[in-house]
Design a protein around this ligand. Structure first.
Ligand code: B12
Ligand code: SF4
Length: 252
Protein backbone atom coordinates (compact mmCIF):
# COMPACT_ATOMS: atom_id res chain seq x y z
CA UNK A 1 0.00 0.00 0.00
CA UNK A 2 1.18 3.48 -0.91
CA UNK A 3 0.91 4.88 2.64
CA UNK A 4 3.53 2.40 3.85
CA UNK A 5 6.12 3.56 1.37
CA UNK A 6 9.03 5.62 2.66
CA UNK A 7 10.91 7.71 0.14
CA UNK A 8 14.32 8.74 1.52
CA UNK A 9 16.11 11.78 0.09
CA UNK A 10 19.75 12.03 1.10
CA UNK A 11 21.42 15.44 1.18
CA UNK A 12 25.20 15.32 1.53
CA UNK A 13 27.60 18.03 0.42
CA UNK A 14 30.43 18.01 2.92
CA UNK A 15 33.60 19.03 1.07
CA UNK A 16 36.80 17.04 1.35
CA UNK A 17 38.90 19.81 2.83
CA UNK A 18 37.37 23.07 4.04
CA UNK A 19 33.83 23.29 5.35
CA UNK A 20 31.32 25.53 3.52
CA UNK A 21 29.05 27.22 6.10
CA UNK A 22 26.22 27.65 3.56
CA UNK A 23 25.68 23.87 3.59
CA UNK A 24 24.10 24.35 7.00
CA UNK A 25 21.11 26.12 5.49
CA UNK A 26 17.86 24.18 5.25
CA UNK A 27 17.50 22.30 1.96
CA UNK A 28 14.86 23.74 -0.32
CA UNK A 29 14.41 21.27 -3.21
CA UNK A 30 13.97 18.11 -1.12
CA UNK A 31 11.52 19.87 1.22
CA UNK A 32 9.51 20.87 -1.84
CA UNK A 33 9.49 17.34 -3.30
CA UNK A 34 8.46 16.04 0.15
CA UNK A 35 5.28 18.03 -0.22
CA UNK A 36 4.39 16.24 -3.49
CA UNK A 37 5.07 12.88 -1.85
CA UNK A 38 2.81 13.54 1.13
CA UNK A 39 -0.05 14.57 -1.15
CA UNK A 40 0.14 11.08 -2.67
CA UNK A 41 0.31 9.25 0.65
CA UNK A 42 4.03 8.47 0.30
CA UNK A 43 6.13 9.12 3.40
CA UNK A 44 9.07 11.43 2.59
CA UNK A 45 12.18 11.29 4.75
CA UNK A 46 14.89 13.91 4.25
CA UNK A 47 18.23 12.61 5.51
CA UNK A 48 20.36 15.73 5.57
CA UNK A 49 23.93 15.09 6.70
CA UNK A 50 25.05 18.71 6.34
CA UNK A 51 24.85 19.43 10.05
CA UNK A 52 27.05 20.58 12.95
CA UNK A 53 26.76 17.04 14.40
CA UNK A 54 28.40 15.62 11.27
CA UNK A 55 31.26 18.09 11.64
CA UNK A 56 31.72 17.07 15.26
CA UNK A 57 31.94 13.38 14.33
CA UNK A 58 34.41 14.15 11.51
CA UNK A 59 36.56 16.28 13.85
CA UNK A 60 36.60 13.59 16.55
CA UNK A 61 36.75 10.37 14.51
CA UNK A 62 37.82 11.34 10.99
CA UNK A 63 36.01 11.33 7.67
CA UNK A 64 36.20 7.61 6.98
CA UNK A 65 34.53 6.73 10.26
CA UNK A 66 31.87 9.32 9.57
CA UNK A 67 31.16 7.92 6.10
CA UNK A 68 30.94 4.44 7.57
CA UNK A 69 28.41 5.68 10.12
CA UNK A 70 26.28 7.25 7.37
CA UNK A 71 26.36 4.05 5.29
CA UNK A 72 25.42 1.95 8.36
CA UNK A 73 22.52 4.24 9.16
CA UNK A 74 21.20 4.22 5.59
CA UNK A 75 21.43 0.42 5.38
CA UNK A 76 19.43 0.12 8.63
CA UNK A 77 16.72 2.54 7.50
CA UNK A 78 16.42 1.12 3.99
CA UNK A 79 16.28 -2.47 5.29
CA UNK A 80 13.77 -1.72 8.00
CA UNK A 81 11.44 0.12 5.64
CA UNK A 82 11.99 -2.07 2.59
CA UNK A 83 13.11 0.89 0.50
CA UNK A 84 13.29 0.23 -3.26
CA UNK A 85 14.10 3.72 -4.50
CA UNK A 86 16.02 6.57 -2.88
CA UNK A 87 17.13 10.00 -3.99
CA UNK A 88 20.65 11.43 -3.74
CA UNK A 89 21.15 15.17 -4.08
CA UNK A 90 24.52 15.78 -5.66
CA UNK A 91 26.56 18.92 -5.31
CA UNK A 92 30.16 19.16 -6.44
CA UNK A 93 31.10 19.30 -2.77
CA UNK A 94 31.07 15.80 -1.29
CA UNK A 95 30.34 14.10 -4.61
CA UNK A 96 32.86 11.26 -4.31
CA UNK A 97 32.10 10.61 -0.65
CA UNK A 98 28.42 10.34 -1.46
CA UNK A 99 29.18 7.85 -4.22
CA UNK A 100 31.30 5.75 -1.83
CA UNK A 101 28.48 5.72 0.70
CA UNK A 102 25.81 4.74 -1.81
CA UNK A 103 28.01 2.07 -3.40
CA UNK A 104 28.38 0.40 -0.03
CA UNK A 105 24.68 0.77 0.78
CA UNK A 106 23.66 -0.76 -2.53
CA UNK A 107 26.10 -3.66 -2.19
CA UNK A 108 25.08 -4.49 1.37
CA UNK A 109 21.37 -4.41 0.51
CA UNK A 110 21.95 -6.53 -2.61
CA UNK A 111 23.70 -9.18 -0.48
CA UNK A 112 20.33 -9.67 1.25
CA UNK A 113 18.38 -9.59 -2.01
CA UNK A 114 17.13 -5.99 -1.71
CA UNK A 115 17.54 -4.06 -4.96
CA UNK A 116 17.88 -0.31 -4.53
CA UNK A 117 17.37 2.17 -7.38
CA UNK A 118 19.19 5.45 -6.89
CA UNK A 119 18.05 8.58 -8.62
CA UNK A 120 20.55 11.43 -8.51
CA UNK A 121 19.44 15.05 -8.79
CA UNK A 122 20.80 18.47 -7.90
CA UNK A 123 23.41 20.69 -9.53
CA UNK A 124 26.29 18.24 -9.98
CA UNK A 125 24.00 15.51 -11.31
CA UNK A 126 22.54 17.97 -13.81
CA UNK A 127 25.82 19.29 -15.12
CA UNK A 128 27.74 16.04 -15.29
CA UNK A 129 24.82 13.63 -15.62
CA UNK A 130 26.01 11.77 -18.71
CA UNK A 131 29.50 11.21 -17.31
CA UNK A 132 28.10 10.14 -13.94
CA UNK A 133 25.86 7.54 -15.59
CA UNK A 134 28.77 6.13 -17.59
CA UNK A 135 31.49 6.29 -14.93
CA UNK A 136 29.43 5.34 -11.88
CA UNK A 137 26.95 2.93 -13.40
CA UNK A 138 27.36 0.64 -10.40
CA UNK A 139 25.89 3.32 -8.14
CA UNK A 140 23.60 5.71 -10.03
CA UNK A 141 20.65 4.35 -11.99
CA UNK A 142 18.82 7.50 -13.06
CA UNK A 143 19.47 11.21 -13.28
CA UNK A 144 16.69 13.71 -12.72
CA UNK A 145 17.30 16.67 -15.03
CA UNK A 146 15.99 20.12 -14.04
CA UNK A 147 12.58 20.30 -12.39
CA UNK A 148 11.85 17.19 -10.31
CA UNK A 149 8.22 18.09 -9.69
CA UNK A 150 6.80 15.98 -12.52
CA UNK A 151 9.07 12.98 -12.15
CA UNK A 152 9.53 12.25 -8.45
CA UNK A 153 6.08 10.86 -7.61
CA UNK A 154 5.68 8.68 -10.77
CA UNK A 155 9.15 7.24 -10.16
CA UNK A 156 8.29 6.12 -6.66
CA UNK A 157 4.87 4.77 -7.69
CA UNK A 158 6.40 2.77 -10.54
CA UNK A 159 9.24 1.48 -8.33
CA UNK A 160 6.65 -0.06 -5.97
CA UNK A 161 4.31 -1.02 -8.84
CA UNK A 162 5.21 -2.87 -12.00
CA UNK A 163 8.77 -1.47 -12.26
CA UNK A 164 10.22 1.77 -13.59
CA UNK A 165 9.73 2.61 -17.25
CA UNK A 166 11.72 5.85 -17.58
CA UNK A 167 10.34 6.58 -21.04
CA UNK A 168 6.96 7.29 -19.43
CA UNK A 169 8.36 9.90 -17.02
CA UNK A 170 9.70 13.31 -18.08
CA UNK A 171 13.06 14.87 -17.15
CA UNK A 172 15.05 11.65 -16.77
CA UNK A 173 18.34 10.30 -18.16
CA UNK A 174 19.71 6.78 -17.82
CA UNK A 175 22.23 4.42 -19.34
CA UNK A 176 21.07 1.93 -21.97
CA UNK A 177 24.08 -0.28 -22.73
CA UNK A 178 26.78 2.34 -23.24
CA UNK A 179 24.40 4.95 -24.56
CA UNK A 180 22.85 7.67 -22.40
CA UNK A 181 19.13 7.86 -23.11
CA UNK A 182 16.66 10.63 -22.34
CA UNK A 183 13.00 10.02 -21.66
CA UNK A 184 10.62 10.00 -24.62
CA UNK A 185 8.50 12.33 -22.50
CA UNK A 186 11.25 14.94 -22.98
CA UNK A 187 11.70 17.97 -20.77
CA UNK A 188 8.85 19.60 -18.83
CA UNK A 189 8.93 22.75 -16.76
CA UNK A 190 6.77 23.25 -13.72
CA UNK A 191 4.45 26.24 -13.37
CA UNK A 192 6.01 28.06 -10.42
CA UNK A 193 2.62 29.44 -9.40
CA UNK A 194 1.52 25.89 -8.61
CA UNK A 195 4.39 25.00 -6.28
CA UNK A 196 3.24 23.72 -2.87
CA UNK A 197 4.78 24.88 0.39
CA UNK A 198 7.98 22.92 1.20
CA UNK A 199 7.81 20.68 4.29
CA UNK A 200 10.22 21.53 7.06
CA UNK A 201 8.57 19.43 9.81
CA UNK A 202 10.82 17.36 12.06
CA UNK A 203 9.07 14.04 11.33
CA UNK A 204 9.90 14.48 7.63
CA UNK A 205 13.15 16.38 8.04
CA UNK A 206 14.70 15.13 11.33
CA UNK A 207 17.80 17.34 11.07
CA UNK A 208 15.84 20.55 10.58
CA UNK A 209 16.40 21.70 14.17
CA UNK A 210 20.15 21.86 13.61
CA UNK A 211 19.97 23.70 10.28
CA UNK A 212 20.03 27.46 9.67
CA UNK A 213 16.38 27.97 8.95
CA UNK A 214 16.19 30.63 6.24
CA UNK A 215 13.65 29.19 3.79
CA UNK A 216 14.18 30.13 0.13
CA UNK A 217 11.40 31.68 -1.86
CA UNK A 218 11.53 30.01 -5.27
CA UNK A 219 10.58 33.19 -7.15
CA UNK A 220 12.04 32.35 -10.58
CA UNK A 221 13.87 29.60 -12.45
CA UNK A 222 15.70 29.34 -15.74
CA UNK A 223 17.33 31.80 -18.12
CA UNK A 224 16.20 33.07 -21.49
CA UNK A 225 19.53 34.71 -22.31
CA UNK A 226 21.46 31.45 -22.29
CA UNK A 227 24.58 32.72 -24.07
CA UNK A 228 27.21 32.52 -21.32
CA UNK A 229 29.30 29.52 -22.28
CA UNK A 230 30.49 28.80 -18.73
CA UNK A 231 26.98 28.54 -17.34
CA UNK A 232 24.80 25.43 -17.19
CA UNK A 233 21.60 27.05 -15.95
CA UNK A 234 19.93 27.40 -19.38
CA UNK A 235 20.70 23.74 -20.07
CA UNK A 236 18.90 22.23 -17.12
CA UNK A 237 16.60 24.93 -15.79
CA UNK A 238 14.97 25.84 -19.11
CA UNK A 239 13.50 29.19 -20.12
CA UNK A 240 13.12 32.02 -17.62
CA UNK A 241 9.93 31.69 -15.56
CA UNK A 242 8.70 33.92 -12.75
CA UNK A 243 6.35 33.32 -9.90
CA UNK A 244 3.45 35.69 -9.33
CA UNK A 245 4.84 38.23 -6.80
CA UNK A 246 1.50 38.22 -4.98
CA UNK A 247 2.00 34.53 -4.07
CA UNK A 248 5.38 35.37 -2.57
CA UNK A 249 3.82 38.17 -0.57
CA UNK A 250 1.14 35.82 0.79
CA UNK A 251 3.73 33.20 1.76
CA UNK A 252 5.71 35.79 3.70
C1 B12 B 1 19.24 29.02 -3.44
C2 B12 B 1 20.66 28.52 -3.68
C3 B12 B 1 21.46 28.34 -2.56
C4 B12 B 1 20.93 28.48 -1.15
C5 B12 B 1 20.24 27.13 -0.81
C6 B12 B 1 19.13 27.36 0.11
C7 B12 B 1 18.23 26.19 0.29
N1 B12 B 1 17.48 26.36 1.31
O1 B12 B 1 18.22 25.19 -0.41
C8 B12 B 1 22.25 28.70 -0.35
C9 B12 B 1 22.51 30.19 -0.21
C10 B12 B 1 22.32 28.05 1.03
C11 B12 B 1 23.26 28.09 -1.29
C12 B12 B 1 24.47 27.69 -0.85
C13 B12 B 1 25.44 27.16 -1.67
N2 B12 B 1 25.38 27.08 -3.01
CO1 B12 B 1 23.79 27.46 -4.04
N3 B12 B 1 22.37 27.85 -5.19
C14 B12 B 1 21.15 28.25 -4.97
C15 B12 B 1 20.43 28.39 -6.32
C16 B12 B 1 20.46 29.87 -6.70
C17 B12 B 1 18.99 27.87 -6.33
C18 B12 B 1 18.78 26.47 -5.77
C19 B12 B 1 17.32 26.25 -5.53
O2 B12 B 1 16.79 26.47 -4.43
N4 B12 B 1 16.60 25.87 -6.56
C20 B12 B 1 15.17 25.60 -6.47
C21 B12 B 1 14.97 24.22 -5.86
C22 B12 B 1 13.50 23.92 -5.66
O3 B12 B 1 15.49 23.30 -6.77
P1 B12 B 1 16.50 22.15 -6.35
O4 B12 B 1 17.00 22.40 -4.98
O5 B12 B 1 17.48 21.97 -7.42
O6 B12 B 1 15.51 20.91 -6.27
C23 B12 B 1 15.04 20.26 -7.44
C24 B12 B 1 15.83 18.99 -7.76
O7 B12 B 1 16.83 18.73 -6.83
C25 B12 B 1 14.76 17.94 -7.87
N5 B12 B 1 14.61 16.96 -6.80
C26 B12 B 1 14.69 17.10 -5.49
N6 B12 B 1 14.42 15.95 -4.86
C27 B12 B 1 14.14 15.04 -5.82
C28 B12 B 1 13.78 13.71 -5.74
C29 B12 B 1 13.51 13.01 -6.94
C30 B12 B 1 13.11 11.58 -6.88
C31 B12 B 1 13.61 13.65 -8.18
C32 B12 B 1 13.30 12.91 -9.43
C33 B12 B 1 13.98 15.01 -8.24
C34 B12 B 1 14.24 15.67 -7.07
O8 B12 B 1 13.52 18.62 -7.90
C35 B12 B 1 13.63 19.82 -7.16
C36 B12 B 1 12.60 20.79 -7.63
O9 B12 B 1 12.68 21.02 -9.04
C37 B12 B 1 21.32 27.50 -7.25
C38 B12 B 1 21.31 27.88 -8.70
C39 B12 B 1 20.10 27.30 -9.35
N7 B12 B 1 19.32 28.18 -9.92
O10 B12 B 1 19.88 26.08 -9.32
C40 B12 B 1 22.70 27.66 -6.58
C41 B12 B 1 23.70 26.53 -6.67
C42 B12 B 1 22.97 25.23 -6.42
N8 B12 B 1 24.60 26.80 -5.54
C43 B12 B 1 25.86 26.50 -5.77
C44 B12 B 1 26.91 26.57 -4.83
C45 B12 B 1 28.31 26.40 -5.35
C46 B12 B 1 26.65 26.80 -3.49
C47 B12 B 1 27.63 26.83 -2.33
C48 B12 B 1 28.74 25.77 -2.36
C49 B12 B 1 28.16 28.25 -2.25
C50 B12 B 1 29.21 28.49 -1.17
N9 B12 B 1 30.49 28.51 -1.55
O11 B12 B 1 28.87 28.62 -0.01
C51 B12 B 1 26.71 26.59 -1.14
C52 B12 B 1 26.57 25.07 -0.87
C53 B12 B 1 25.25 24.70 -0.30
C54 B12 B 1 25.18 23.22 -0.03
N10 B12 B 1 24.03 22.72 0.35
O12 B12 B 1 26.13 22.48 -0.12
C55 B12 B 1 26.01 25.98 -7.18
C56 B12 B 1 26.22 24.46 -7.15
C57 B12 B 1 27.33 24.02 -8.03
C58 B12 B 1 27.55 22.56 -7.93
N11 B12 B 1 27.82 21.99 -9.06
O13 B12 B 1 27.48 21.93 -6.89
C59 B12 B 1 24.69 26.48 -7.88
C60 B12 B 1 24.20 25.58 -9.02
C61 B12 B 1 24.95 27.94 -8.37
C62 B12 B 1 26.09 28.02 -9.37
N12 B12 B 1 25.83 28.04 -10.63
O14 B12 B 1 27.23 28.11 -8.98
N13 B12 B 1 22.77 28.00 -2.56
S1 SF4 C 1 25.23 33.47 -16.35
FE1 SF4 C 1 23.85 31.76 -16.92
S2 SF4 C 1 21.91 32.28 -15.93
FE2 SF4 C 1 23.13 34.17 -15.99
S3 SF4 C 1 22.55 35.19 -17.92
FE3 SF4 C 1 24.36 33.90 -18.40
S4 SF4 C 1 23.47 31.97 -19.14
FE4 SF4 C 1 21.82 33.04 -18.06
Amino acid sequence: MMNEITFPMVVYSIPSDKFVPATLMAENGSALIASYMEREGIRPLILDYNTPDSLKVIAENGKDAFKQGVADQLVDIYRERGVRIAAAKMFTNGFHDELDIFREVKERLAEKGQHLTIVAHGPHANWYGKGILRDYRDVIDLISVGDGEMSAVPLVKQAYGGGIDPDTIPNLMWLDGDEVRESKMGRRFVDLNELPTPIYREDVYPAIGSKMFLPMLDDSRGCSFGLCTFCAHPVHLGPYRERDPQLGKNMG
